[in-house]
Design a binder for this molecule. Structure first.
Ligand SMILES: [Zn+2]
Length: 281
């Protein structure tokens, strides 16, 4: 199966967001007061040319993100990122370049509703969009903008198919949702970064792919079991990283976080997660 990485621009963040420093509230404060920047990190979306129809995982960032007034000024966390997104980098244009019309995307799966994962939604009015029910309710609710969601920028037609994970364990994850009839594309819960964050597992013939969203910002941080500096629920984030650490090497998975500069290389070379002695402990 063909799997494509689509780079929809970059974002620089605070090093203390990339790798959380301290516990509890201190972790958030350390992110807020950090004055340094990381290198520009990628913002990926992923396309699966699945026999049951094309699947898009997340939609990346919108070029609108740098327009004045895009972010509510009262939330200081929105000032902690520097975006670079050109209109031709948006997912719609890049699908065209791959010879895929956005209308031919059958399903869009959203790992979570942070703005840099839903920025390209406007290209997919004709696709079925899968969102975890509680994730949608939280993001659309009163606290949404305080938690990093911007429902005011969702397309007016946005009415996703709200899904509930079934209490069917999958590879160490306590619940799951089968996306395809073949059962080769599964959604698994990976809460922590956001309360209802999910990841997507594709089992292809020779290799497995783990589309991690922001469950960790990189493979290195997953191996080191380091949660990020803005994770809404630190305890859950730690549990999630343990489950991923156990699952991915045992199933020969290529691990693909949204913001890992090495994700596209690993996809191209089908480099699966492997632990050596330096990663243990
Ligand atoms: Zn996020």
């Amino acid at each position: 199966m063909k799997v494509h990485a689509i780079l929809t621009g970059t974002v620089a963040i605070r090093p203390n967001q990339l790798q959380g420093k301290g516990v509890g509230l201190a972790r958030l404060v350390n992110t807020l007061v950090d004055r340094r920047w990381t290198e520009p990190l990628p913002i990926y979306a992923w396309v699966l040319e699945h026999p049951e129809g094309i699947i898009l995982i997340d939609t990346g960032e919108s070029a609108q993100v740098t327009s004045p007034g895009y972010f509510p000024a009262w939330n200081p966390f929105f000032k902690n990122a520097i975006f670079h997104v050109q209109p031709e980098q948006e997912v719609g244009a890049q699908l065209h370049a791959l010879g895929i019309h956005p209308n031919d995307v059958r399903r869009v799966i959203l790992t979570h509703l942070h703005f840099d994962h839903v920025g390209g939604l406007n290209h997919f009015p004709h696709s079925e969009i899968l969102v975890v029910r509680q994730a949608y309710q939280q993001a659309a609710g009163f606290m949404g903008p305080a938690l990093g969601f911007l429902p005011q920028h969702w397309p007016s037609w946005f009415a996703p198919r709200l899904i509930d994970l079934a209490p069917q364990p999958f590879g160490g994850f306590p619940s799951s949702f089968k996306v395809t009839t073949a059962g080769d594309v599964m959604i698994v819960p990976t809460p922590g970064h956001t309360d209802f964050h999910v990841s997507v597992v594709l089992q292809d013939l020779d290799v497995c792919y783990f589309f991690a969203g922001d469950a960790s910002y990189s493979e290195r941080l997953m191996k080191q079991q380091k949660i990020d500096g803005l994770a809404l629920n630190g305890k859950e984030a730690e549990k999630t990283l343990k489950r991923i650490r156990d699952f991915t090497p045992s199933t020969a998975c290529v691990y693909l976080p949204t913001h890992d500069p090495e994700s596209a290389n690993r996809l191209a070379t089908k480099t699966v997660v492997a632990f050596d002695s330096r990663n243990v402990g």
